[in-house]
Design a protein around this ligand. Structure first.
Ligand SMILES: NCc1[nH]cc(CCC(=O)O)c1CC(=O)O
Length: 325
C-alpha cells in the first residue's frame, strides 16, 4: 500500500520460561520496540532447559550452569531463534563456536540481598541460623561474615527459594538483588550485602544478548541497547571466569568497576576476584587496577594471580567432584 513504509524486520527471541527469564526477555523486547517502533517485530520463544527440569539436586552435582543455556544455544545455532537473552552470570566464560555475546545493556544492581524476617542481618543472625543458598560462593562468603550460619542447599527459581522460609526449611535466603527487583520482590529484602563483604558472581546483574557470530543484521538491531561501561566490566569479569573455569561450579567471585578519573584524569578499571573454599577458608583474594581498554587482559591477569597464590587446588577439587545425573 505505502511504498515508503520501512520494511518490518522480525526477530525471534529465545528465553527460558521462568518468571525471571521472561521478565528479562520482555525487558529486552520492550527496549528494542521502543527504539525501532513499527520497523521491528519481536516474537518470544520459550525454551525448556535441562536445568529447569532437574530441581532435586544441587546444580554443581548435575552439570553446573551450562544446563540452563545449552538448549537455548542449540536453537540459536540451528537457526530456530535469532537472539537469546541470558543472565550473564549463568553463562560459561566462552560462548560455543559459532555464537557471540554481542550486546550488554546497562548493568542492574550487582549486589546480593537477604530475604527473611524483618530486621534480620547476615552478620547478626544467631548461631545455627539456616541460610538457604545453592551457590557455593554465597555460602562460603556468608560463613566468613558469620561462622555460626548453617548453609542449606536449596534449588529452584527465585519465588520457590523464598517459599522455603515459609515452609520452615530455612530461616534466611540469599539471592541476587537484580533478580528480586526484576520480579517485584524487593519489598522482601531485609539487607543489601556490601560488595566488599559479599563479592558478587562474575556477570551478576548483567544481561547478555547472544546471537550467531557474524549475524550483522541482528547485531545492528541490538546496538542501541549496548552500554559501553557494562561491556568493559563484563569483559573483565568474563575473562576472569574463562581463565579459571572448570567443568563444575566453583566457588569464585569477580567484580569490576569503572572509576572515573578526577578532573581531566582518565577513567580506570578496578577488578577484584576471589576463589574460596566452600567452608569459607582458605580464601584467595586479589585486585588489579588498569586501563578500561585492557579489560579482558586485566581479568585474565587477576585469575593468574590467584592461581599463583594457590587457588588452583580449590578449583581442581571442584572440577573433580563426581557428577551425578
Ligand atoms: N542463578 C540463577 C540466577 N541467574 C541470574 C539471577 C539473577 C539476576 C542476575 O544476577 O543477573 C539468578 C537468581 C539469583 O542468583 O538470585
Amino acid at each position: 500500500m505505502n511504498d515508503e513504509a520501512p520494511k518490518t524486520k522480525h526477530l525471534r527471541l529465545g528465553t527460558r520460561a521462568s518468571a525471571l527469564a521472561l521478565w528479562q526477555a520482555k525487558h529486552v523486547r520492550d527496549a528494542l520496540l521502543a527504539h525501532w517502533g513499527d520497523a521491528l517485530e519481536v516474537t518470544l520463544v520459550k525454551i525448556v532447559t535441562k536445568g529447569d527440569q532437574i530441581l532435586d539436586r544441587p546444580l554443581n552435582q548435575v552439570g553446573g550452569k551450562g544446563l540452563f543455556v545449552n538448549a537455548i544455544e542449540d536453537q540459536l545455532l540451528a537457526g530456530e531463534i535469532d537472539l537469546a537473552v541470558h543472565s550473564m552470570k549463568d553463562l560459561p566464560g566462552h560462548p560455543p563456536e559459532g555464537l557471540a555475546i554481542v550486546c550488554t545493556p546497562e548493568r542492574a544492581d550487582p549486589r546480593d540481598a537477604l530475604v527473611g524476617p524483618p530486621g534480620s542481618t547476615l552478620a547478626g543472625a544467631p548461631a545455627g541460623t539456616r541460610l538457604g543458598t545453592s551457590s557455593l560462593r554465597r555460602g562460603a562468603l556468608a560463613r566468613r561474615i558469620n561462622p555460626g550460619l548453617e548453609i542449606v542447599s536449596i534449588r529452584g527459581n527465585v519465588p520457590t527459594r523464598i517459599a522455603k522460609i515459609e515452609e520452615g526449611v530455612v530461616d534466611l535466603v540469599l539471592l541476587a538483588a537484580a533478580g528480586l527487583q526484576r520480579l517485584g520482590l524487593d519489598a522482601q529484602i531485609v539487607e543489601y550485602l556490601d560488595i566488599e563483604a559479599m563479592c558478587p558472581a562474575a556477570g551478576q546483574g548483567i544481561l547478555a544478548l547472544e546471537t550467531r557470530a557474524g549475524d550483522a543484521a541482528v547485531h545492528e538491531l541490538l546496538a542501541p541497547l549496548e552500554d559501553p561501561r557494562t561491556a568493559i566490566v563484563a569483559a573483565a569479569e568474563r575473562a576472569f571466569l574463562a581463565r579459571l573455569e572448570g567443568g563444575c561450579q566453583v566457588p569464585m567471585a569477580c567484580h569490576a568497576q569503572v572509576v572515573e578519573g578526577e578532573g581531566e584524569g582518565a577513567a580506570s578499571l578496578h577488578v577484584r576476584g576471589l576463589v574460596v573454599d566452600p567452608s569459607g577458608a582458605p580464601l584467595f583474594d586479589a585486585r588489579k587496577v588498569g586501563d578500561p581498554s585492557d579489560a579482558a587482559a586485566l581479568g585474565r591477569g587477576l585469575a593468574e594471580t590467584l592461581l599463583r597464590l594457590g587457588a588452583g587446588a580449590i578449583i581442581e577439587a571442584h572440577k573433580q567432584a563426581p557428577r551425578r545425573g
